[in-house]
Write a protein that binds this ligand. Sequence first.
Ligand code: NAD
Length: 301
Amino acid sequence: MGMLDGKVAIVTGAGRGIGREEALLLAAEGAKVIVNDVGASVHGEGGDKSPAQQTVDDIVAAGGEAVVNGADVSSWIGAEGLVQEAVDRWGKLDILVNNAGILRDKMSFSMTEADWDDVIRVHLKGHFACSHFAAVHWRARSKAGEDVYARIINTASESGLFGNAGQANYGAAKAGIAALTVILARELERYGVRVNAISPRARTRMTEDLFGAMAQAEEGKFDAFGPANVAPLVAFLASPAADDVNGQNFVVYGGSVWVMQGWTPAGSVERDSRWTPQELAEAKGKLFESHPSSIPPFSFF
Ligand SMILES: NC(=O)c1ccc[n+]([C@@H]2O[C@H](COP(=O)([O-])OP(=O)(O)OC[C@H]3O[C@@H](n4cnc5c(N)ncnc54)[C@H](O)[C@@H]3O)[C@@H](O)[C@H]2O)c1
């Protein structure tokens, strides 16, 4: 008995890295999995379908069910076809894991229009396009009287939560995904959908330069930066056990799972009339009485 027996799942960007591990674990827990991956380089070029096929082969070899889908998640038609493939093949979709992504790190003053557009398109539009067509599917079933079971698990990043220099495009997309998660959770709860996001840390081709030697696995020790450490949280969120978890964002790596708190008021000045700029300058001390006015830090436990 798996936690996801009988469920139908899509994992985007599941040819490599974190998505591959998520697809393997969802399948091991009993889900039938559409392994989506366009087969792009880390910068978003090319189209090598062999990593996605490898994920499928590994799922099938372990006794599971999976198929490759090579759609670009940031294409409206591609996203529609991806959801339709789940319905055509297995009659429904239950779980959408939005994970596919690319990276084009540059400082804001060095970033090209294409660096900005491509990263926003793959991450933010890619998450929205797949979620949109999944939502159409779930709402139609709910309106037809069905008791719908549905999950979306999005992939944000600490880069978007805290703001990482050199990642204006990526961080803005990931912050957008964190906001999109709460919006979709509010919109779709009534149709049986739960929407949560993870902000993972793992050693993949995307981060091997960033984490460097620190992230290398050591013989006989727990591999804290292994991408497989992210998947159990995703499988849990995809399962019936997470029915009362909605609109949340988690940081996850190694053996750590943090539930994050979003923007909250940290100080205020109040009155019943409009402020002048000079009065606000004078009230600055009160506004920042218990909150520093400098750039917010990365938050670590
Ligand atoms: N690795 C980390 O520490 C880390 C940290 C924060 C967030 N993330 C996020 O986790 C997700 C997975 O990243 P990863 O580290 O496993 O990287 P990865 O490069 O190993 O995997 C990303 C996969 O997405 C696929 N992909 C890219 N564009 C696509 C498109 N348009 N349509 C379909 N597939 C596409 C790629 O072909 C690739 O297989 C990404 O969203 C990334 O931003 C990763």
